[in-house]
Write a new protein. Structure first.
Length: 140
């Protein structure tokens, strides 16, 4: 965490140890953790490798987007945080991004906020416990 903050990162999203964002204290300042969960990770549903054999096949994006919508709604109802872990080589396939098909369930709720926008706006300040859309570098 120290190296990430030292090199200018303000948030991190690799840990699956909490339901709400929190801060790591480092000598270079705070690093916001935007936790995720396996159920919100695109690799679980779309990841596949023939050699070595990895994955459970490739799911229908409609099924996955429905799972993510339900996860979002559950987090929203509890006042929680929702974070999709998207890998460009996985979620970035044309069938998953064409015509705005990439999931952003936060758009279904006017009062939901995007964690990525909050992290950029506050430049490292811990976002209010909010429900976020896509969170990651370069994604708004």
């Amino acid at each position: 965490m120290e190296l990430l903050r030292k090199h200018g990162l303000v948030y991190h999203s690799n840990l699956m140890d909490a339901d709400l964002p929190y801060c790591h204290k480092t000598p270079y300042g705070e690093l916001v953790e935007l936790p995720t969960a396996w159920v919100n990770d695109d690799w679980v549903y779309f990841g596949f490798s023939a050699v070595p054999p990895v994955g459970n096949g490739i799911w229908s994006q409609e099924d996955v987007f429905e799972i993510w919508k339900e996860e979002f709604e559950g987090a929203y109802e509890e006042g929680g945080f929702f974070n999709v872990m998207g890998h460009p080589q996985v979620i970035g396939r044309p069938s998953r991004t064409a015509d705005g098909r990439a999931p952003d369930p936060a758009h279904s709720r006017e009062e939901a906020t995007s964690g990525s926008r909050a992290a950029h706006r506050d430049r490292g300040a811990l976002p209010e416990p909010a429900v976020g859309g896509h969170v990651g570098p370069g994604v708004s």
